[in-house]
Design a protein around this ligand. Structure first.
Ligand SMILES: Cc1cc2nc3c(=O)[nH]c(=O)nc-3n(C[C@H](O)[C@H](O)[C@H](O)COP(=O)(O)OP(=O)(O)OC[C@H]3O[C@@H](n4cnc5c(N)ncnc54)[C@H](O)[C@@H]3O)c2cc1C
Length: 236
């Protein structure tokens, strides 16, 4: 995915595929997680679970963010930003205030929800909370058996509850997900009823790689993995 383009090309692209949006509310879910509500004409946008929108975060840099919630008739959409403090996307999200205006692209990417699978599993971190919020209504409406595993900094551990998420387990960031042996012992890997589930792995690339390997070795075949960020790499 392109994360840097010249300023002039960015301006042109935004006017063609972007929608002008205004910040109408911001809420700090924790000191490092910020939910921002935008107002825009989104009636022609295509929202699918797993899609992401691109936002220009400075003159030349673009970053991907998931729409956690939208209401096309009211013209509102929410994004949950991880304010990790290491890059321009995080800085830009931190700076957003009510009244700010920006372009948000129409969401695009991979659909991750497969309604044919009775069991659904999502793994992720702070960057995946928006995805979980967009997926939850489908899981409940279609009466799936589902589980979320979140790897979160301690300071963010109460955020899934405040977002109204259900059936989640929270794991600290203590290298568990880079240790194959420990991943093999997780309930989701031990319980054979889950082997046929729709597995969606997102967030930290390193954690996903380990989790994916263990699930594949166990025989899971319905598996979708997308890294949302990689230590030391800009703009994944
Ligand atoms: C499909 C998709 C959907 C996404 N949805 C969301 C979303 O809803 N909310 C959200 O917050 N992010 C989301 N992301 C992740 C976000 O795009 C990346 O975290 C991005 O790198 C942030 O840009 P940045 O400018 O802050 O950091 P960058 O300039 O890209 O990176 C600078 C440094 O920061 C590190 N870094 C990047 N992200 C993190 C992080 N989360 N934690 C710790 N260190 C990090 C990098 O490894 C690098 O060392 C999504 C990504 C994808 C691909």
């Amino acid at each position: 995915m392109i994360s840097n383009i010249p300023k002039w090309a960015g301006g042109l692209l935004e006017s063609l595929v972007g929608q002008r949006a205004e910040v109408i509310a911001t809420i700090h879910l924790s000191p490092y997680l910020k939910k921002v509500r935008f107002q825009a004409n989104i009636s022609r946008m295509n929202f699918q679970v797993g899609y992401a929108s691109v936002i220009r975060v400075n003159e030349t840099a673009y970053r991907n963010y998931t729409v956690a919630y939208h209401d096309s008739r009211a013209g509102i959409l929410d994004i949950i930003f991880h304010i990790h403090g290491n890059g321009p996307g995080s800085e830009y999200a931190h700076s957003l205030r009510v009244g700010d205006q920006l372009y948000i692209s129409s969401p695009r990417g991979h659909k991750v929800y497969d309604p044919r699978k009775q069991r659904q599993f999502l793994f992720g971190d702070e960057t995946s909370l928006g995805l979980a919020c967009s997926l939850l209504p489908f899981l409940k409406e279609n009466k799936h058996t589902f589980a979320f595993y979140f790897e979160l900094d301690d300071i963010n551990k109460n955020v899934p509850a405040s977002l109204g998420l259900e059936n989640y387990s929270i794991y600290p960031k203590n290298q568990l997900f880079s240790d194959e042996e420990r991943v093999r012992e997780l309930p989701i890997c031990v319980d054979s009823d889950w082997i046929d589930a729709n597995f969606v792995l997102t967030g930290n690339v390193k954690a996903i790689q380990t989790f994916r390997k263990v699930l594949k070795n166990n025989g899971a075949s319905h598996l979708y993995a997308q890294g949302y960020w990689l230590q030391g790499k800009k703009g994944l």
